[in-house]
Ligand binder design. Structure first.
Ligand code: TPP
Length: 514
């Protein structure tokens, strides 16, 4: 057994059995080990942003980390944006990054760089293996670090000689602490605030958005009269008929401020204090109204389910009293394509237990509300704001949940960061339907330009916001990567394309011409 084999065996022993990879020379022993050690599913991505985003999506559905395999500093650097998104989402990821053989480093060969330095800003844990004998335990430590609540990024750097030299043992599977339970005093204070009466909001994020935890929050709301709201972005939220349906905090500051204005008290349950995405000259960064009390009941990494259950007990609330969303499946819409019409088409077509990955940007502003009564589904969105998130995350989600249909809702600008994801979807025959909203612009940035007070855009500025020259053929791009695609120019065509996507499995793309 060499170091690479001991690492693959260790990862398997620690429950990590899926690896998204884009390898190079320094990772060849790890690649070869995949043939010699059975049990690791390896999925090739043609760009590292696909690899890291897929690991994020995989963990959101499986509840456990995937490994990534990345080629030295530059390979890792290509994957950093989606690692940033994964980090913000609390997704566990174990990165294995190849490095030159130790004896070769001093020659400053072309791919030499400070890999630890590249890794650190997006990693909670970084280590370079010293020798082949250490690799296995380093691997187990990396898995333990990734699994620490709520989920962390662990980056293990593997010099090529630590992979090819002989090793004996495999690493011990990690003991991972369960999420911390919140203090009794914090639950008691929440109960006290809720008893004060009107004007109280429970702002829910992270694990508070699972089906069970939403039900518990719904019971607290029914008992106390408090309102419920979700964070603007969510890791994996249970939505649709039969679930507790709650609004989300709007993205635009002009809508977020009035949404929070009625509240004297905001109790944070797995949600950070609400702040605007960017700072603007004319609006506040903090979104809660002046004088409003913010009470953090459950911090990131703490056990939301336990805290909500204890709050129900303390209030004497009926745990089964939550109001559940009735099914509201609209009729398939007709006529010209509009954002509202698309929302209706999606709500009408969505099959039971689908996974929705939302990177629809401005076209999708109304989708969340419009799909509240659709068939039960999971809603995944981007907590890190780095676009090019959806196609990789949808890819990883489909690997983790092969019996569920994935729908990636994509702005065309966002889609164009990581279109290679389609190739992986075709190769692995993943059941992902990508729906691209072809407005041929960075529409959101036109609004942002006004918000930051940058004045009226001239020709040069507009050129940075328009994607119409040359014209993109996204359906053609999909076909070139082996994914069947069609364009929808009316809602009737969209309905038909969605029907086809629901009726058959495998990857597809629908380009919706706005
Ligand atoms: C990695 C990264 N680069 C750039 C941006 C800035 N940015 C935010 S939204 C956006 C355009 C999104 O365009 P599209 O997906 O077509 O949606 P639309 O605004 O047209 O609805 C850009 C470039 C970003 N958020 N992340």
């Amino acid at each position: 057994m060499n170091g690479a084999e001991s690492l693959v065996q260790t990862l398997l022993a620690c429950g990590v059995d899926t690896c998204f990879a884009n390898p190079g020379t320094s990772e060849m022993h790890f690649v070869a080990a995949l043939d010699r050690v059975a049990g690791m599913r390896c999925v090739l991505g043609l760009f590292e942003g696909v690899v890291t985003g897929a690991a994020d999506g995989y963990s959101r559905l499986s509840g456990k980390p995937a490994a990534t395999l990345l080629h030295l500093g530059p390979g890792l650097a290509n994957g950093l944006a989606n690692l940033h998104n994964a980090r913000r989402a609390g997704s566990p990821v174990v990165n294995i990054v190849g490095e030159h053989a130790s004896f070769h480093l001093r020659y400053d060969a072309p791919l030499t760089s400070d890999i630890e330095g590249v890794a650190r800003p997006m990693s909670h844990w970084v280590r370079t293996s010293r020798d082949a004998a250490s690799v296995a335990q380093d691997g187990a430590d990396a898995v333990a670090a990734a699994r620490a609540a709520p989920g962390q990024i662990a980056t293990l750097i593997l010099p090529a000689d630590t992979a090819w030299n002989p090793a004996r043992a495999i690493g011990r599977p990690p003991l991972v602490d369960p999420p911390r339970k919140v203090d009794d005093s914090v639950v008691a204070e929440s109960a006290r605030l809720l008893r004060r009466g009107a004007g109280t909001l429970l702002l829910l994020g992270g694990d508070a958005l699972t089906e069970e935890n939403l039900r518990a929050a719904g019971a607290i709301a029914a008992h106390s009269g408090a309102d419920l709201m979700a964070t603007t972005y969510m890791r994996n939220m249970a939505r649709g008929a039969g679930r507790v349906s709650i609004p989300r905090l709007p993205y635009p500051v002009a809508q977020a401020l009035p949404a929070l204005a009625p509240y004297r008290t905001i109790i944070l349950v797995g949600a950070p204090p609400p702040v605007s995405f960017f700072g603007y000259p004319e609006s506040p960064s903090e979104l809660h109204p002046p004088g409003c009390t913010l009470h953090r009941m459950v911090a990131t990494g703490e056990d939301a389910g336990d805290a909500l259950a204890r709050l129900i007990d303390r209030l004497g609330a009926d745990p089964s009293a939550a109001r559940l969303q009735a099914p509201e499946r609209p009729a398939a819409p007709r006529g010209p394509i509009t954002p509202d019409g698309i929302a209706q088409a999606l709500a009408a077509a969505l099959p039971e237990n689908a996974i929705v990955v939302d990177e629809a940007i401005t076209t999708g502003r109304g989708f969340y509300a419009a799909m509240a009564g659709a068939a039960p589904h999971s809603w995944l969105s981007n907590l890190g704001g780095s676009i090019g998130f959806g196609p990789p995350v949808g890819t990883g989600a489909a690997v983790a949940a092969p019996d569920r249909k994935v729908f990636c809702l994509e702005g065309d600008g966002s889609f164009m960061y990581t279109p290679q994801s389609l190739w992986t979807q075709a190769r692995e025959n993943l059941d992902v339907t990508t729906i691209v909203f072809a407005n041929r612009s960075y529409n959101i940035l036109k609004h942002e330009l006004a918000m930051v007070g940058a004045g009226n855009p001239g020709r040069n500025a507009l050129d940075m916001l328009e994607l119409d020259r040359p014209d993109l053929d996204i359906a053609g791009l999909a076909r070139a990567m082996g994914v069947p695609a069609r364009k929808a120019t009316t809602l009737e065509e969209l309905n038909q394309a969605l029907e086809n996507a629901v009726a058959s499995s495998g990857p597809k793309l629908i380009e919706v011409m706005l």
